[in-house]
Design a protein around this ligand. Structure first.
Ligand code: GLN
Length: 547
């Protein structure tokens, strides 16, 4: 056994083998949940080896949804899994990209800080990686940090991050390595194959890292002979080969890993005293989720992202999870129907499909694709009293729909779609226009947590039960303050306003005597939804959808 310094933070690096998309993020988040349930202060870092500074400029078809942290970070969706599973708020510092690391080093070099030295990948880049990890750990005073290294072993782009991990171990810190690998079952022989995992562990060993645990992702159960083989060929104790076969419900994974005592094994390796896991609330949540039989059909009307033959639902991952949390709290099983808004543009009669759903969500989005179809769907929800929840762009378009069809402002639009709109009910604010004049388009985005002041005696107030709530934002356009009066005289209620900035409308709704549930928000409430604590707007929406 290695000897570790006492009373220092513990670093657990998680790498991936064989192929991407194994759910390393969920595995990382699950281990975090287990350790947290044992009473430790835990955080998680995602390393994204791409050159982009952050995920802010990435198209959703590239890496799925962009997660937004309270401090306004635009980050890989894995951070969302961490926050949901850990029940902790993370910051933008919990994400490290190649872009950030090089940017910092080059900036320092330009400032002359390296005093004429040759600046090199090792040690300067690896030092910067280690500095970022240890600074976060010291600042947050955590006992455990899980560091997920994006990509797979054998790729070029994550080599320096792996090297930094190796150095941290070599330097005598309290470090463990977890390798998440894949065991394919070869159709023609019907046998589970360990060779790809053996190869990927060899590649990892070649980089100076011996894994302490191998987590085996597979479609089928891992059996004893395979376990023995992996242990022998990879020099990992047989009890540290952990099975992680596909499950229907991702929230089961902390339970599955806890059954195999991964938490205790981690503590044991680090010479820490064993502590009992307390996952009883989590278990109750999972059982409740699995036991719900009554179905609720939710239509999600969006612009869909097809990549080749595959649809990337990853773009809406937090919306999906928020629906699941709220459905569980209401003891129903959500059935999500993905409806392409463009279908309605081609043929309005297709709107009839919405008769078959219990509730409609129009999620966030950018640009003009499918906008008119979304507006038609919102009108359909309003007129036919189908519960409706508009998220960010969905809220803005609900306002456009109301302007056109109730306020009689036929030419109403958002300037995002029509920059010359005659009636710009959704538009940039004056300070943003100023920035655009200075070609600072990037700086016009309103990002991160904001306080919303909730108006009493409204649907929003009934749902939140609070005068002030915090939600997260990621948008540029705003309801144009010029038209607020017009809307209100026509019966639309702005029930949430920004506390900080005057006249920024954050939540809008129809009175409950007019529509059983029609609400939209400029925020992204899906980012604050937790398994054990669903977001009130989603909760209210699901509850109205089953009524
Ligand atoms: N495109 C809209 C805006 O920028 C909405 C953004 C979103 O839905 N996240 O304001």
């Amino acid at each position: 056994m290695r000897r570790y310094p006492k009373n220092k933070p513990n670093y657990i690096f998680i790498s991936g083998g064989v192929l991407s998309g194994l759910g390393k993020g969920i595995t990382t988040a699950s281990i975090g949940r287990i350790l947290k349930s044992k009473g430790f202060k835990v955080t998680a870092i995602k390393i994204d080896p791409y050159i982009n500074f952050d995920a802010g400029t990435l198209r959703p078809t590239e890496h799925g949804e962009v997660w937004v942290t309270e401090d306004g970070g635009e980050i890989d969706q894995d951070l969302g899994h961490y926050e949901r599973f850990l029940g902790e708020k993370l910051s933008k510092n919990n994400n490290i990209t190649t872009g950030q690391v090089y940017y910092a080093v080059i900036t320092r070099e330009r400032a002359g800080s390296y005093l004429g030295k040759t600046v090199q990948p090792i040690p300067h880049i690896t030092d910067e990686i280690k500095r970022r990890i240890t600074t976060l750990v010291e600042k947050e005073r955590v006992e455990f940090v899980l560091i997920e290294i994006g990509g797979t072993i054998g790729a070029y782009e994550n080599v320096l991050f792996i090297e930094a991990a190796r150095q941290m171990n070599y330097e005598g810190r309290r470090v463990l390595f977890v390798h998440v690998s894949y065991l394919p079952v070869l159709g023609s022989v019907g046998e589970m194959k360990t060779k790809p995992t053996q190869h990927s562990v060899k590649a990892l060993q070649g980089l100076g890292i011996q894994p302490d645990f191998i987590i085996c992702r597979s479609e089928q159960e891992l059996d004893e002979p395979r376990r023995e083989k992996i242990a022998l060929f990879c020099s990992v104790n047989i009890e540290d080969i952990i099975a992680n076969p596909d499950v229907k419900n991702i929230y089961e994974i902390p339970l599955k890993l806890d059954e195999q005592k991964i938490g205790d094994k981690i503590l044991n390796k680090l010479a820490l005293q064993a502590k009992k896991s307390n996952l009883s609330d989590w278990k109750k949540f999972v059982e409740r989720m699995n036991n719900a039989t009554k179905e609720v059909k939710i239509g999600i009307v969006g612009k869909y992202f097809d990549v080749g033959k595959y649809k990337l639902r990853d773009s809406y991952i937090s919306v999906i999870e928020a629906i699941k949390h709220a459905a569980t709290a209401n003891d129903v099983q959500p059935k999500m129907m993905w409806i392409d808004a463009k279908d309605f543009e081609e043929k309005e009669s297709k709107l009839k499909i919405l008769n078959g759903v219990d509730g409609i969500i129009v999620p966030g989005g950018f640009g003009s694709g499918g906008v008119e179809g979304k507006i038609l769907a919102i009108k359909y929800a309003r007129v036919n009293e189908i519960p409706f929840l508009g998220l960010c762009f969905g809220f803005q378009l609900a306002v456009v729909e109301y302007a056109r069809n109730i306020c009689g402002l036929e030419d109403a639009n958002t300037t995002e779609v029509d920059s010359g709109a005659k009636i710009p009910v959704v538009d940039f604010l004056p300070w943003q226009k100023e920035l655009i004049k200075q070609s600072k388009y990037g700086a016009t985005m309103r990002l991160g947590a904001q306080v919303i002041r909730i108006k009493r005696n409204t649907l929003a107030w009934r749902l939140y039960g609070n005068d002030r709530v915090i939600e997260r934002f990621r948008h540029r356009y705003e309801i144009n303050p010029k038209y607020i009066n017009e809307f209100e005289t026509h019966g639309f209620i702005f029930s949430g306003e920004s506390e900080k900035d005057e006249e920024i409308m954050q939540i809008g709704e129809l009175p409950e005597h007019k529509h059983k549930f029609f609400i939209g928000t400029q925020a992204h409430p899906e980012f604050t939804s937790q398994p054990l604590k669903p977001n009130p707007l989603f909760n209210g929406f699901i509850s109205a959808s089953i009524r």
